[in-house]
Ligand binder design. Structure first.
Ligand SMILES: [Zn+2]
Length: 594
């Protein structure tokens, strides 16, 4: 959403100038002419080997098609997640769709071949959950169908997908790009822990199709003549949907099982993933007693006994981390103390599918603490911290000067105390010391070289590049079809707008502006001394009203349509002075991310 408001605002300012008689010429940007995708701008990063185990783990994701059960095909390594295709008597069932138009285009030729070879079309598409790597290639994979398939999802999935426009989007995009190492050149990149590499960066368009059928707790459905059980199974997300094929004994566990320690917390930032729900879902999976299990990440597992062993150990590992954390919490330990001591018991820690290539046990334990007791560690020092800047000054005093702090950091690096070096670098950054950035980058690279979790490794390495000047590009929606954006509720855009009020500059301001949507109920945004409130209806005291369709508003908000041109062509109109609208919108920040 690059230029949300900025584009909108500058276009309206231009419109005001134009209406005042200046001779600008406007060109309305075509809403469906997508620019060719620019290649990824990689960060300048020196090649860095990963741990041998991490390198070996990449083999799991080598690109291939497997057929772990007759007529059940799994495409591995075409994007972050797997895509599963089930040949049924009367058609094909597709499960998940990869993370972007680009990723889906890579798999499309195979899918076309399968349609041609079987003479069947996809009758049903199932989304296992809302994450990008499962839903954003749908439009591409279904291109060329003569019939529109039914699209199945758990009832929460659509809303979660539409949070791509939300108040937290800029920061979650940035953190996700770090965690997935999107801007690391191949020589410094190994894998994403549960897949080869996320193919979704600032340039990638996405093509989500709305679900046509939703599932609450469980549905038994006939798809293409085949009996299919869809079961809600909250775990990695709250909307996970298991797929069970009873005639074949095949279970698709979605993202509730993969060949790595589960991501009970994801460092890109997420609400609490309650481990108890995940455990219950794994028990529900065991009750099916499947002969073949095909996860949406990593590789299929064959044999009822092997599957039962793995699912049992997986759920035991999750319960262990949860219960052990609770026990330690009750003993009075803080999150830092728990993170220091918690580990899986040896019989679980040795299992290859519980290695911390993706989730980390100590990060999971911190999440359990935060999810149950919240942010306060219990130590009063955390209630009123001195603040980073003051702490740095006091550390300098204690060390005897900034040079001593710097020397201590250098010696920490030499002795392999990399986290301590990173902490000292943070003080030097606060002190404005120009040696701090390269110190921080060095410490981060050392940590990356030793890190087993791909998420941690990629985060460290990307932040090392950022310390030395690399900037993660802003996300663009330029390559996403308008129909996808127009499916996003207008409320999401309005809430994102209201949340970006520059509060401190508007503490004495009381002003309302009306948004008269031609296809939805009208809204007013009222600025009241530092908060922007969304009200239903058009307020009598509004200083002006913008009349527009929600589609036009979305297009303007993401800088795809030119507000001035829409104004001139009469597709939008403004009641009151245009300058009132520009002045009103100028009170909000353009979100810094998308
Ligand atoms: Zn996934």
């Amino acid at each position: 959403m690059r230029g949300f408001l900025f584009g909108f605002l500058s276009a309206l300012v231009l419109a005001a100038v134009l209406l005042a008689g200046a001779g600008y010429i406007f060109v309305l940007r075509g809403s469906n002419n997508f620019a060719a995708r620019e290649p990824t701008t990689f960060a300048p990063v020196e090649p860095l080997d990963s741990l041998p185990d991490v390198q070996a783990h990449s083999k799991l994701f080598e690109q291939r098609i497997e057929e772990p059960a007759p007529g059940v095909h799994v495409a591995i390594g075409y994007g972050l997640a797997n895509v599963i295709l089930i040949e049924a008597d009367e058609g094909l069932i597709l499960v998940d769709t990869l993370e972007s138009i680009r990723a889906a285009q890579g798999l499309k030729p195979w899918l076309d071949q399968m349609r041609a070879r079987t003479g069947k079309e996809i009758t049903d598409l199932i989304y296992t959950h809302n994450h990008a790597d499962h839903v954003f290639g749908a439009g591409v994979l279904l291109e060329g169908q003569t019939q529109s398939p039914r699209i199945w999802a758990q009832e929460q999935t659509q809303d979660r997908v539409h949070e791509v426009v939300s108040v937290l989007t800029p920061i979650t995009f940035k953190r996700a790009m770090r965690m997935f190492g999107t801007y690391l050149p191949n020589e410094s990149f190994s894998n994403n822990g549960i897949g080869p590499r996320l193919l979704n960066d600032d340039q990638d368009g996405v093509h989500f199709l709305l679900p046509t059928q939703t599932v609450g707790e469980q549905e038994e459905v006939i798809m293409a003549g085949e009996r299919v059980i869809l079961r809600h199974a909250p775990g990695e997300t709250l909307d996970q949907l298991l797929v069970y094929l009873p005639e074949r004994g095949v279970l698709l566990p979605a993202d509730n099982y993969y060949h790595a320690f589960p991501n009970l917390y994801t460092i890109r930032g997420t609400p609490y993933r309650d481990p108890r729900l995940w455990v219950a879902s794994l028990d529900a999976m065991r009750a099916f007693a499947p002969d073949v299990m095909i996860p949406q990440h990593s590789q299929p597992v064959l044999g009822a006994a092997e599957i039962e062993t793995r699912l049992r150990n997986y759920r035991d590992a999750i319960q262990y981390v949860h219960d052990e954390t609770i026990r330690l919490i009750n003993e009075g330990l803080s999150p830092d103390q728990i993170a220091e001591v918690i580990e899986l018991p040896p019989h679980l820690a040795q299992e290859p599918y519980l290695q911390e290539f993706y989730g980390r046990v100590e990060w999971a334990a911190r999440a359990v603490f935060a999810g149950t007791l919240g942010w306060f560690s219990g130590d009063p020092v955390d209630l009123l911290p001195v603040g980073l800047a003051r702490e740095a000054e006091l550390m300098r005093e204690l060390a005897g000067g900034a040079d001593q702090l710097y020397q201590a950091a250098q010696s920490a690096l030499a002795k392999g105390e990399f986290v301590w070096a990173l902490q000292l670098a943070r003080h030097l950054i606060q002190l404005g010391d120009d040696r701090a950035a390269s110190l921080q980058a060095q410490a981060l690279r050392e940590l990356a070289a030793r890190e087993i979790s791909s998420s941690g490794r990629n985060y460290f390495l990307t932040m090392a590049a950022e310390a030395e000047g690399f900037e993660i590009p802003k996300n663009s929606i330029a390559n996403t079809p308008a129909e996808v954006l127009n499916g996003i509720p207008i409320e999401n855009f309005m809430v994102a707008l209201a949340t970006n009020l520059r509060a401190s500059e508007n503490l004495d301001i009381e002003v309302a502006y009306g948004f008269n949507f031609t296809d939805e109920a009208p809204l007013t945004i009222r600025i009241r001394r530092g908060v922007a409130v969304i009200e239903t209806g058009l307020a009598d005291d509004a200083v002006g009203t913008l009349t527009t369709s929600t589609d036009n508003f979305r297009a303007m908000a993401i800088d795809r349509a030119n507000a001035a041109a829409l104004l001139l062509s009469g597709e939008i109109s403004v009641e009151g002075a245009v300058t009132e609208l520009t002045a009103f919108l100028a009170r909000f920040n353009p979100p810094s991310g998308q």
